[in-house]
Structures are given as structure tokens and as C-alpha cells.
Design a protein around this ligand. Structure first.
Ligand SMILES: NC(=O)c1ccc[n+]([C@@H]2O[C@H](COP(=O)([O-])OP(=O)(O)OC[C@H]3O[C@@H](n4cnc5c(N)ncnc54)[C@H](O)[C@@H]3O)[C@@H](O)[C@H]2O)c1
Ligand SMILES: [Zn+2]
Ligand SMILES: [Zn+2]
Length: 422
């Protein structure tokens, strides 16, 4: 009887595990069931701006609906940088980050019906039960069961104990709960890297554009030319935008955005600080863009006061882009917040938003609902997420990858870790 099956059985009917037949049909020896877990390598948090490759016990099946995945690709997300910088509460030393991963199924819990050992899957960053009030409405980012200690957000891999304390996929192996709900099988003719970003940034960018309610010919302004912003820009075109304007202050990223997503660009640091709101109005006949999308979040540059208050944790991160978006967008327009902010309050011009009659939409992406549709867009080349990978590194070099991505060195856009186990 394998340990997985043994524990699951113990869980459901005490001591039935003493029976000699292992229902999971992938039995290992009794010895293996009770042997100490094998060590694996994982990229772990030590302190703000410090990651370390550590040895941790192999994850195991803890519930009959779990699988254990051998990770073959695992990306570093802009959201990981908020953890890395120590800005997310209850980020514990030794925890493994990583919520954008794909891999091969290694172990299967006895009640998993849709996956088998050897299947290749890509996994949404949201951990979702599939049955609660929110999952039933495809709001898998808000699942009630995967993170019961919060009434704000569901479980997320590798994203602190505020999202459930699950270990993430920047490791050789990762445990995936509710395995019949989240993971999507990778089509045989596609490489992991073709679909890796279905785990997060592609659906996130797509949902951001969708929340903008883009009408044919609309002008969409996307703040942030990072991976999420780039996915938002390509999605905005698919939804009928007439103009897409990208705002950032990193030349190499704006240059990439022009090539990758065929957008107009605005550098907010050019020749001293630019009046971003004024410039956006000038570019749009004095009215402002129809839709402004914040793909930057709580670590925005551009305002010393906002940044200082954010770093001192006196507000949920720098609200610079929310401020610019509300002030720049046209009257009656839409502001979308897809960049991440923490729970507390922010210095946000709510009166302006109210008087301008704005629609404000926000949220974690509900990844699963977009996966099948976006897979088709990738297949047909309408969206090209793989093209944004700038760095591929071994897990051992993960700490360097974090440093490079955080400091935006070496023209970094997106880092993908390739664990040794691949
Ligand atoms: N809601 C979700 O489900 C979800 C999912 C994934 C990522 N995110 C969030 O999206 C945001 C972006 O992620 P990413 O991976 O693209 O990160 P990233 O760090 O690679 O990119 C952020 C970009 O914003 C730019 N920037 C900084 N200040 C700016 C400002 N004032 N105006 C315009 N641009 C500015 C930076 O120069 C950088 O290029 C993060 O906050 C991340 O946490 C949200
Ligand atoms: Zn992410
Ligand atoms: Zn649920």
C-alpha cells in the first residue's frame, strides 16, 4: 500500500489502511509508505530580497483528490516580487514560491478520476474546489473552500499564508489539490512553454481587457509593459480596440511592447517626470482614454509619496497608477485594476471617480474559465505568450533570476525556471 493511499484511507475510515490491497493501484511497498520523505530541491524565501535553493521533503498526497506533479517549467511572476520584497503579510521563511507551473503527473490520489501518472498538465494559480458557491459561478479565484481562513481570496500556490499557505511550484515537485478541477492536460503536439502562461498571466491579461468592456474602436491605455501588461495589450486588440497605448518607464520594455503588441507608447520618466494624465489627454483629443488598465499594482514608481507610504505599509502599496487611471480616463470610462494590492486602504481619488461616473472593476483572475478559449488563441497564433520569455534558468540559479527580474536587469521580461527533475 502506498503512503498516499494509506493516508487517504486513514482519513476516511480509521485503520482500514491495514488491509492488504492498495486501492490506488500504484502501490509502493509498506516500507515506502512509512519511509521518511525523499528530499527535493525548492526555491525558498529567507528574508526580503533573499531566496535560497533548499532541500525539502518531497510533497506527498495528503488528500484523495491530490496529485503530485514533477515540475518541468515554473515561471516567476510580478506577483512573486511583492512576496520577495516582503510586502505580503504572513510570508513565512522557508516557504516555496511559484504559482505558474506545468509538469508531469507523478502520483495520483485514489479519488482523482481525470488524470493518470505520466499526464502532462498546466495548472491555474488559483486553487479551487469546483463545487462551492463561487466555483459554481466560475469565480475560481474566490473559492470558499481552498482558503477558509479568508473571506477575501481563495487559495493560491506559493503565495503566503494569507492565501492558504500552500507550497508553490518553484521546486522539483509540487502537491496539487483538487486535481480534477484545476489542471488542464497539455495537448500532445504542444510544448509546456506554449501553454505555461495559461496558468496565470495570459488569462489575467485577457480578463483585464474583458473587464474593460472594450467596444469597437475604443482607446485602451495599459499601465505597465510587463508580462501582464503585454498579455492585456494583445487581448485588447482581439476585443476590438482601436488604439492601445502602453505606459511604462523602462525603455527596453516599451520597445518590446511596440514590437510584440504593436502599441503606441508613453515613457513617464522621459526628460524628467512627465505629466502622465495631461499627456494621455492630449493624445486623446483632450477627453482621455475610454479604458485605463492598471497592470502594475502596489509597487508602482512615479510618485515618491505614494511609494513611501506603501513601503511603510501605511497603505496597501503605491496607488500611483490607480490615481493616474482615475484622473486620465474619460468621463464615464472604465478603470480596471488587475495589478495586485494588499487588503488595507489606499490614497485613491474616490470623489473624482464618483463624479466622473466611472466603472471600476478589479480582481484576481479566475484562470480556469479562460483556459480552453485561450488555448485556441495560442494555437492560432493570435496570442503569442511564449515570445515574452527572456530568461530560462536552472532551479539552482533561481535566486539570481529573482534578482535580475526584480531589478529589471539584462532586459528581463519573463524568467522561466527549468527544474533539474525535468
Ligand atoms: N490580478 C491577478 O490575477 C494578477 C495575476 C498576475 C499578476 N498580477 C499583478 O500584475 C502586476 C504586473 O505583473 P507583471 O508580471 O507584469 O510585473 P512586472 O514587475 O514585470 O511589470 C510591472 C511593470 O510596471 C512598470 N511600472 C512601474 N510603475 C509604473 C507606473 N507608475 N506606470 C506604468 N508602469 C509602471 C514597471 O516598470 C514594470 O515594467 C503585478 O502587480 C502582479 O502582482 C495580478
Ligand atoms: Zn502570477
Ligand atoms: Zn470553491
Amino acid at each position: 500500500m502506498c503512503r498516499a493511499c494509506c493516508l487517504a484511507t486513514l482519513d476516511r475510515a480509521r485503520l482500514r489502511c491495514l488491509r492488504s490491497i492498495c486501492p490506488c493501484k500504484q502501490a509502493r511497498s509498506w516500507g515506502a509508505a512509512f519511509a521518511p520523505a525523499q528530499p527535493m530541491k525548492a526555491l525558498t524565501y529567507r528574508a526580503p530580497s533573499t531566496m535560497k535553493v533548499a532541500t525539502k521533503p518531497d510533497p506527498r498526497i495528503e488528500h484523495p483528490n491530490d496529485i503530485v506533479l514533477r515540475v518541468t517549467r515554473s515561471a516567476i511572476c510580478g506577483s512573486d516580487l511583492h512576496l520577495y520584497h516582503g510586502l505580503v503579510p504572513d510570508t513565512r521563511v522557508g516557504s516555496t514560491f511559484g504559482h505558474e507551473f506545468a509538469g508531469v503527473v507523478e502520483e495520483v490520489g485514489p479519488e482523482v478520476t481525470s488524470l493518470q501518472r505520466g499526464d502532462r498538465v498546466v495548472v491555474p494559480f488559483n486553487i479551487a474546489c469546483g463545487t462551492c458557491f463561487f466555483c459554481q459561478r466560475e469565480l475560481t479565484g474566490l473559492c470558499d473552500n481552498s482558503n477558509p481562513s479568508s473571506d477575501m481570496v481563495g487559495g493560491v500556490y506559493g503565495y503566503s499564508h494569507t492565501t492558504g499557505g500552500f507550497d508553490g511550484g518553484q521546486a522539483e515537485y509540487v502537491r496539487v489539490p483538487y486535481a480534477d478541477v484545476g489542471p488542464m492536460k497539455i495537448p500532445g503536439d504542444m510544448h509546456e512553454e506554449d501553454v505555461l502562461f495559461l496558468s496565470d498571466i495570459l488569462p489575467t491579461g485577457y480578463q483585464a481587457a474583458e473587464m474593460g468592456g472594450i467596444s469597437e474602436g475604443d482607446t485602451v491605455c495599459v499601465f505597465g509593459a510587463g508580462p501582464v501588461g503585454l498579455m492585456t495589450m494583445q487581448s485588447a486588440w482581439l476585443m476590438g480596440a482601436g488604439r492601445v497605448i502602453a505606459v511604462d518607464h523602462l525603455d527596453y520594455r516599451l520597445e518590446f511592447a511596440r514590437r510584440f503588441a504593436n502599441v503606441e507608447t508613453l515613457d513617464f520618466d522621459q526628460e524628467g517626470r512627465v505629466d502622465v494624465v495631461g499627456r494621455l489627454k492630449t493624445l486623446t483629443d483632450g477627453r482621455g482614454p475610454d479604458i485605463c488598465i492598471d497592470a502594475v499594482g502596489c509597487e508602482a514608481s512615479g510618485s515618491f509619496m505614494q511609494k513611501a507610504l506603501g513601503l511603510a505599509m501605511l497603505q496597501a502599496g503605491a496607488a500611483t497608477v490607480i490615481d493616474w487611471s482615475i484622473n486620465a480616463v474619460r468621463k464615464g470610462g472604465t478603470v480596471v485594476l488587475i495589478g495586485v494590492y494588499g487588503p488595507p486602504w489606499n490614497l485613491v481619488p474616490m470623489g473624482t471617480a464618483m463624479n466622473k461616473g466611472l466603472t471600476i472593476r478589479a480582481g484576481q483572475c479566475n484562470v480556469k474559465r479562460y483556459m480552453p478559449h485561450l488555448l485556441e488563441h495560442i494555437r492560432n497564433g493570435r496570442i503569442t505568450p511564449k515570445a515574452i520569455i527572456s530568461h530560462r534558468v536552472a532551479l539552482e540559479d533561481g535566486p539570481d533570476a529573482y534578482r535580475i527580474f526584480a531589478r529589471k536587469q539584462d532586459e528581463c521580461i519573463k524568467c522561466v525556471l527549468v527544474p533539474q527533475a525535468a
